[in-house]
Design a binder for this molecule. Structure first.
Ligand code: ZN
Length: 445
């Protein structure tokens, strides 16, 4: 009799949770709020560079939306961030024939002297060629006319090109935009100088289009003289105040245990950061909004975090680590969405294999969304610090084959966002967050 009753209770419990998850998915798929909200964010708030009026607007706007949605403990936790300003940018090719040259300064770059720089260019295909021709770099503008070999590899030129060029005496550095398919668009992103003790000069660095990079490389290979004029007004100001924006859905049984869901609020300045990471921001907020529609919130607290300063130095993630040390052992999982709002592809988990297997089992109900594919891997740069303390990290994966066509460029705009894909992502993320937050047993037990 007892066993019979237990079986009934168990099957009822699993039916209840299965129907709740099904209901979450059905409700989310029929709701276009995340898509509409991203449109509003792009139109009303705009791009969100550290220290910019757009970032200030974004903090106020997301706080307001969270309160409107009924989240609790809504707050902005202050973070000091690097404050880089782009200034005026202008360039043209002087030789072999005069023409305008589109440039887009890399984040963190110094500017040129007021009158700009005019110098002969040394066009190289990669770091190896620069090393082989190092004695030709002195006084030149080094152009890295690299090929696309995937983001992770090609981005090394954006990050370290200026440092390597300056090591050999170059006066400026131009880097092929880190993209594969290009329609004459420049792509920015953060770059880094050598540490002061290495005493390598800080030279101006900017991106050029794939088209210009290829043309300059062909001209150089033909032995034509290449001379470029470039002017950049970029400079680094004193650190500026910014914030991680946070709000919660209080857990119904274990409110002290936390499941974190997040995206980053800052963006680069061209375009409006629609996919990077406006999508992640509205998706994380929407998870909470969907959970608040349930009759009973999940057992654990779901905390939405919209990170400051992902794009430059990740001070938001660091500030959270320091401010929430005591709570970290009670963080059951942390999710980050920062790959664009494309159709869901599953999740990548940073944890031991036991936890990854658990997530795989828990994610089974996401099969109808094709979002049940769980693999081991990178989960996100903002949650990296807390993941390193043992919090299981969950990266939101999407089918983002065209992401790098627009990434960090003026083309990362709302018209590239698909309403259906956004709703599918809301369904997938809300379902998985709910399952983890409502599970009897903690993911970390
Ligand atoms: Zn991003």
């Amino acid at each position: 009799m007892k066993i019979f009753a237990l079986l009934i209770t168990l099957s009822l419990a699993s039916i209840t949770s299965a129907t709740t998850v099904d209901r979450i998915i059905a409700t989310a798929l029929a709701d276009s709020n995340a898509y509409l909200r991203l449109g509003e964010m792009c139109d009303v708030v705009g791009s969100r560079l550290n220290g910019s009026p757009g970032m200030t607007r974004a903090i106020a706007w997301t706080l307001e939306k969270m309160l409107e949605d009924g989240l609790i403990d809504v707050r902005a936790e202050k973070v000091m961030v690097p404050h880089w300003v782009r200034g005026e940018e202008k360039a043209h090719v002087v030789l072999p024939w005069e023409r305008p040259l589109q440039i887009l300064g890399l984040g963190g770059s110094v500017g040129t002297p007021f009158g700009g720089i005019t110098a002969d260019a040394l066009v190289v295909a990669d770091f190896e060629e620069l090393e082989a021709r190092a004695d030709e770099a002195e006084g030149r503008i080094v152009v890295f006319a690299t090929q696309w070999e995937g983001y992770g590899k090609t981005v090394q030129y954006r990050g370290h090109g200026a440092k390597e060029a300056a090591r050999h005496g170059a006066v400026a550095c131009l880097v092929r935009s880190v993209t594969n398919n290009s329609l004459d668009t420049t792509h920015t992103g953060v770059m880094r100088y050598a540490a002061p003790e290495d005493s390598i000069p800080r030279i101006p660095a900017a991106a050029i289009t794939v088209e210009d990079s290829e043309l300059l490389l062909r001209q150089a290979r033909r032995g034509l003289p290449i001379r470029i004029h470039m002017k950049m007004g970029a400079r680094m100001l004193d650190d500026a105040p910014s914030a991680n924006v946070i709000g919660e859905v209080r857990g119904s049984e274990k409110p002290e245990e936390i499941v974190l869901v997040s995206g980053h609020l800052d963006s680069w300045d061209p375009g409006c950061g629609a996919h990077d990471d406006g999508a992640g921001v509205v998706l994380a907020m929407e998870v909470a909004r969907q959970l608040l529609k349930l009759d009973r919130p999940p057992r654990r607290t779901v905390r939405v975090v919209l990170w400051a300063d992902e794009e430059m130095t990740q001070q938001g993630g660091l500030a959270y680590l320091n401010a929430h040390q005591d709570e970290l052992p009670r963080h059951v999982a942390a999710m980050e969405s920062d790959s664009g709002g494309y159709p869901p592809a599953g999740f990548s988990v940073t944890a031991d294999s036991l936890i990854i297997d658990k997530v795989r089992t828990l994610a089974a109900p996401l099969a109808e969304l094709d979002a049940d594919h769980i693999r081991e891997g990178w989960s996100g740069v903002d949650i990296r610090n807390i993941v390193e303390t043992g919090v299981p990290g969950i990266g939101h994966r999407v089918h983002n084959d065209s992401y790098f066509d627009i990434h960090h460029s003026a083309a990362d705009t709302f018209d590239k966002v698909d309403a259906e894909a956004m709703a599918q992502n809301v369904a997938a993320m809300t379902a998985l967050i709910y399952i983890i937050a409502d599970a009897e047993e903690s993911l970390r037990d």
